[in-house]
Design a binder for this molecule. Sequence first.
Ligand code: FDA
Length: 345
Amino acid sequence: MLKALLISLSESRWLRTLAERSSLGQHISGRFVAGTQVEDALRVTQTLNHAGLSVSIDNLGENVSTADEARHSAQLYCQLLSEISARGLNANISVKLTHMGLDVDPRLAYDNVCALIQQAAASQPKNFVRVDMEGSAYTQRTLDLVRELHRAPENRGCVGAVIQSYMRRAEADIAQLLREGIRIRLCKGAYKEPAGIAYQAKSEVDSNYIRLMKVLLKSGIYHGLATHDESIIREAQSFATREKILPEAFEFQMLYGIRRDLQQSLAGEGWRMRVYVPFGAGWYPYLMRRLAERPANVSGFYRFLCWTMVADHARREGTRESNRTARIKGQIGGQRRLVLGLAAL
Ligand code: FDA
């Protein structure tokens, strides 16, 4: 119930504008987001690399509504790929097609992603572009586009897809992608989908994940197992060991800020571990999906929000300059609206 509410709030444009403009909101998102600038993402990447973890950098943003926005987003990824290469970082990129302009014009999204793949393919060493999977309205179009991009010989191996184990179609999609040699990231799925197309019970989503994970591990193609679910991770390790699949033949993937302890211990045990590092100003839908995955996060988030607002208010009470006071009132008003919006949770 709370999960569904949080996912639907993640689509609220009003709350998104309010939250993303608030300095307080930016502060709170810091647990799951590297920062707002390219430099923030690169700094975090370097730190993670030093700790033995590879990275996939995601510039937060989705559902852009103009071609200019889409081109600007692609440009930023182009800069990221150049910096990754110039600084010798162990990182690839994750992109969302609606961020690349899919809602505006599918050709625009294709051209934007194709240019990034070509840049990744030309890098020394070659780099890789992962196309994230969004809500079910985009599943078929996303898979079609990844397959089309992968068919070009120069792009082969430099672009991959994501499959969500909550989708009933996942097994058939995996079979098709494997036939074409496409690398897959397997995750459980982060959107609210109807029962007709998606498993609703966690037990069903998990058992489908385990089934599909085994198919991927046996495929001989390098895939990513994206989950923080420790029992699934242990099952993957036992399966790989039993089947004599080397730890170098696949990677575990987790989100920045979630189960850092597990990320570090897996890397320490010799397993490949990639951290998905999001950055950018458009963090609101991403943060709400993370809260939805673990509603227990909401209470801590809410308490922290109230505490920070009170502390901020007390600090500001000290000032007597009227022009500052007016500005402060405006800021506090904005923060109050944010708190009220979140209190509606
Ligand atoms: P599950 O939700 O069952 O959680 C297992 C355990 O992990 C929990 O008990 C808790 O300990 C911990 N945990 C999980 N989420 C947490 C959170 N938010 N805060 C704190 N602890 C948490 N989805 C999608 O639809 N399209 C995509 O392209 C991607 N891409 C992607 C990349 C990577 C690298 C990851 C790790 C995940 C995604 N996802 C995604 C998100 C994915 O679908 C899923 O929603 C989350 O990973 C949560 O599911 P788990 O597999 O972690 O299991």
